[in-house]
Design a binder for this molecule. Structure first.
Ligand SMILES: Cc1ncc(COP(=O)(O)O)c(C=O)c1O
Length: 388
């Protein structure tokens, strides 16, 4: 992972770990300084164990969460499910898998539920790192899986992105050697927000997956307009070794409730399952809320539209100030800044605005999650103050 700053490196480099602020999505907004840190059970991140001690954030724009919360229908289902909290979830998995399978054009056996997609990512990292080998990916992408795989013995080969900050699929294809155990693609990509043309991605999978498993992290797929959304389930239905990772953390607002799933060949799911705590790690309350939220297309459309509105506003406001914003198809925006990452971050946080920064090839960037319109106005105000 030499070509990019890992999340942990970034936390350290940004001084937020020592300054006491973790941007882990598992830490509270006002999490703060302490030497006592407990390692999170299933990621490489740290959760803080002592109470926070820093200014309250007015806008929490660092974890790509849904600022509108969970659907009212999901909340109702969640409360109702508390009545059956004494029972193991059983049939309910089948109900959600049926719904998903119909929409994705796969069989329920092609689906494995999990408490968030991180579990799927970690299982794949553990499995494909075993015995060494290479995981092929791109620079400027989400690195949780990559860091974990590297920790357990895999080499990470990250190809540069295209000039417009997209995965360079021809370059990845040209670098498939016998040593490559898996290809990791994120679409839409985090942190660039860019998407790969669907036809190109599909053709890539059809050519590459017969040789090497292709893992596509689709955490932000729900921000596509439904009509444009890639339907890669058909690759799985055609028997290809493609693993799709999905999450309810984003448009459904389940980041804290924890629900995700993988779509893949049954054998692959069985393999990955062995590295997880099993589907029962998902609570009945989350599962029932997930079913309600999945059926609630109106809420999803509302969240998508609000996100697009606030994203357009922020993109325009930054562009008007002369910043080159990378066109985003997700719920966050990446753009190059003209200050050192640490200085910028500290000053934004001091103004009550939580964001993330990255540095790629010596260029500092800000990644701001798309919050409510009100939060984005606050972000722009804070940004103008900080950059002068
Ligand atoms: C690209 C990507 N994949 C996976 C995840 C993991 O999300 P979760 O474990 O909440 O499903 C995230 C979280 O932000 C992400 O950005």
């Amino acid at each position: 992972m030499s070509s990019q700053l890992t999340r942990r490196d970034w936390l350290r480099a940004s001084g937020l770990m020592t300054a006491g602020l973790s941007l882990s999505r598992f830490a509270p907004a006002e999490a703060a300084s302490t030497a006592e840190q407990a390692q999170s059970a299933f990621t490489n991140e740290f959760a803080f164990t002592t109470p926070p001690d820093m200014p309250k954030l007015r806008a929490r724009l660092f974890a790509n969460e849904n600022p509108l919360g969970i659907a009212p229908s999901a909340k109702e289902a969640l409360i109702k499910a508390a009545d059956i909290g004494n029972r193991y979830a059983w049939m309910e998995f089948g109900q959600l898998k049926q719904l998903l399978a119909v929409d994705e054009g796969v069989k329920p056996e092609n689906i494995m539920m999990s408490p968030g997609s991180s579990d799927i990512l970690m299982a794949a990292a553990d499995h494909f790192a075993k015995g060494g080998g290479t995981i092929l990916t791109s620079t400027m992408t989400y690195d949780d899986l990559l860091q974990r795989a590297e920790k357990f013995g895999a080499k990470i080969k990250a190809m540069p992105m295209t000039k417009d900050f997209k995965f360079d699929l021809p370059a990845i294809k040209a670098n498939i050697t016998p040593d490559v155990k898996m290809v990791y693609i994120v679409n839409p990509n985090n942190p660039t927000g860019t998407i790969i043309p669907t036809a190109e991605l599909e053709a890539f999978c059809r050519e590459v997956a017969p040789k090497v498993p292709v893992f596509i992290d689709e955490a932000y797929i729900d921000f596509y307009e439904p009509a444009d959304r890639p339907k890669l389930g058909k690759l799985v239905a055609d028997g290809l070794n493609v693993i799709l990772a999905r999450t309810f953390s984003k448009i459904h607002g389940f980041a804290g409730l924890r629900l995700g799933y993988a779509i893949a060949q049954p054998d692959m799911l069985k393999t990955l399952h062995a590295y997880t705590n099993g589907e029962f790690a998902v609570s009945i309350t989350t599962l029932m809320a997930g079913i309600a939220s999945y059926k609630d297309k109106d809420w999803q459309n509302h969240c998508r539209a609000e996100n697009a509105k606030a994203r357009t506003y922020t993109t325009k406001a930054l562009t008007d100030m002369g910043y080159e914003v990378i066109p985003s198809s997700a719920n966050f925006i990446l753009f190059p800044i003209r200050m050192k990452t640490k200085t910028f971050e500290n000053q934004m946080f001091a103004n009550g605005i939580g964001i993330q920064t990255r540095e790629f090839s010596g260029q500092p960037y800000c990644r701001v999650s798309v919050g409510t319109m009100e939060e984005m106005v606050m972000f722009m105000d804070g940004f103008k103050k900080v950059v002068g």
